[in-house]
Design a protein around this ligand. Structure first.
Ligand code: FUB
Length: 307
């Protein structure tokens, strides 16, 4: 009927924002991407820069996801998680990482603790959901890592979790030249054993692990302003062999924060720049480009396609 036709049309017009190309999001500033391939969809979880054009610090309060099935069209979900979802936290939604285990989705986040104010008070928390797009809730009701954790670092930020082939989960994190790693229990929300120092040449922050064939790749931001560099190993715990730069300095973003994922037979390098109009160090934009390997399995320098 005519009425039915009109309501279908209205529903189509009410669809959430859709985007194409780089940067993948054009109506807000996004940063620190974390990719997750699930079923036939790629989810890119991001931070959300809300700083103005003059103040000089990161201002971030919540996290979003952007999904795609074809690497061309992206759909916004969120905000899916916010600092307010962690009662023990007071602010600063820095970099995060989402991983799946046994049908549950775990979202590891960097936030500031309300009470523990040693150093900067940064802590790592974790939220959980039965779906990649939520609802997510605080999985512990407290932090996983704080300044009080033995062998933690000054800035406990930038968590990345990797579940190895034998089912053992590892969390990597850290900043300002001090990387760390620790095993996680099978429940994904408790530490197993002691915190280890991450020994990787030129490590600054933003560790990320992926595996291709028998090789583990540890990518990370190096120096500040940051390039993206990497090391490889035949074990998820190292030792790590330094392999060089894969993403050069960015024109306007001092940070460089990457995630790497294989999706539908191609590898992707997911990062942020500051190329949206009005963009800058604290107003960044997530981008996606191809990641390629040479015949020896070394990563080729990323060819960025932003304008
Ligand atoms: O987005 C805030 C911080 O900037 C992140 O935690 C770092 O990785 C850097 O991108």
């Amino acid at each position: 009927s005519m009425a039915l036709g009109l309501s279908v049309c209205a529903a189509a017009m009410a669809e959430p924002a859709q985007y194409r190309g780089n940067p993948i999001v054009t109506d807000m500033f996004t940063a620190d991407p974390s990719p997750l391939a699930h079923d036939d969809t790629l989810y890119i979880y991001t931070g959300h820069d809300i700083q103005n054009e003059t103040d000089r610090f990161f201002k971030m309060h919540d996290w979003y996801a952007f999904s795609t099935t074809n690497m061309v069209d992206y759909q916004k979900h969120g905000p899916l998680l916010s600092v307010d979802d962690f009662e023990w936290a007071q602010g600063d939604a820095f970099a995060s990482h989402v991983t799946e285990r046994d049908g549950k989705f775990y979202w590891y986040v960097s936030i500031r603790h309300k009470d523990i104010r040693v150093h900067e008070g940064f802590a790592i928390g974790v939220a959980v959901s039965d779906s990649p797009t939520g609802p997510f809730r605080d999985a512990i009701g407290g932090p996983l890592i704080t300044d009080e954790t033995p062998n933690s670092v000054v800035l406990n930020i930038d968590p990345a979790v990797y579940v190895d082939d034998d089912g053992q989960a590892y969390m990597y994190w850290g900043s300002w030249n001090a990387g760390r790693w620790v095993k996680l229990k099978d429940n994904m929300v408790e530490l197993e054993g002691e915190v280890h120092t991450l020994e990787a040449h030129n490590f600054f922050e933003a560790p990320f692990i992926h595996k291709r064939g028998d090789t583990y790749y540890l990518t990370y931001a190096s120096h500040y302003p940051s390039t993206t560099e990497y090391s490889t190993s035949d074990s998820v715990t190292g030792p790590w062999t330094y392999r060089g730069v894969i993403n050069d300095l960015l024109p306007k973003s001092e940070t460089n924060h990457q995630g790497i994922v294989e999706f539908k037979g191609n590898w992707y390098f997911i990062y942020h720049n500051a190329q949206l109009p009005g963009g800058g160090v604290y107003r960044r934009s997530v981008c996606v480009d191809k990641l390629e390997y040479d015949a020896d399995g070394l990563i080729k320098k990323v060819v960025r396609t932003e304008t």
